[in-house]
Design a protein around this ligand. Structure first.
Ligand SMILES: [Zn+2]
Length: 169
C-alpha cells in the first residue's frame, strides 16, 4: 500500500493490456452553465505523445490499492488539472468497463458554488488542453474510443442524477 502502487499494466482476459493494476477511474466534473441552462463538463485533450493522444477524455487514471474509485478519480483529477476535492461534490459512480481482470469507473461530481471553472488547467505534460464543454457538445469531440462508446449510457445516467440538482449547489 503505497502512493501510486496502482501504476502498471494489466494483461486482461479480453486480450488487451490496460493501465492500472487495480483498475482505473475517471472524474466527470460538471459546472453549471446558466447561459445555456445546462452544464459543462471538464474535458481533457490528451497530449499527442500519450496513448490515445490527440483525443479528448476525462482526467483520471490508475487506482492505488488503498483507494476506492472515488478517491482515485479525485486524486488523479487533482494531479492532472488541479481539481480540489473541497471544491466539488461527488454525486455518484458508474461502471464503465468491467473485464474482471480490470475495470474502469466513472465518478460524477459538480463544482461547488464557490469554485470558479477558471481555476483548473493542464498541470501535467499528459494534458495538451483542458476545456469546459457543454454536455450536448461532448459527443461531437474526437473522444477517446472507450469514452465515446460509454457516453450515451453515461449521459443518461448523468441527466438522471442531475435532476433536482441546482447549478452550483
Ligand atoms: Zn480487458
Amino acid at each position: 500500500m503505497a502512493a501510486h502502487d496502482g501504476n502498471g499494466w494489466v494483461s486482461c482476459r479480453c486480450g488487451q493490456r490496460h493501465w492500472g493494476r487495480f483498475g482505473a477511474a475517471g472524474l466527470l466534473l460538471l459546472h453549471p452553465d446558466p447561459t445555456r441552462d445546462g452544464w459543462r463538463a471538464l474535458m481533457q485533450l490528451r497530449a499527442d505523445w500519450t496513448h490515445q493522444g490527440g483525443l479528448w477524455g476525462l482526467p483520471g487514471g490508475a487506482r492505488d490499492s488503498h483507494e476506492d474509485v472515488v478517491a482515485a478519480a479525485l486524486r488523479e483529477a487533482h494531479e492532472e488539472v488541479g481539481a480540489r476535492a473541497d471544491h466539488l461534490r461527488v454525486l455518484g459512480e458508474h461502471p464503465g468497463v468491467d473485464h474482471e481482470d480490470w475495470s474502469y469507473t466513472y465518478v460524477l461530481a459538480v463544482t461547488a458554488a464557490s469554485a470558479g471553472p477558471d481555476e483548473l488547467g493542464p498541470l501535467t505534460a499528459e494534458s495538451a488542453a483542458v476545456d469546459w464543454v457543454a454536455l450536448d457538445d461532448v459527443p461531437a469531440l474526437g473522444l477517446h474510443p472507450a469514452l465515446g462508446s460509454a457516453w450515451p449510457g453515461l449521459a443518461g445516467w448523468v441527466r438522471s442524477l442531475l435532476t433536482g440538482v441546482t447549478g452550483g449547489a
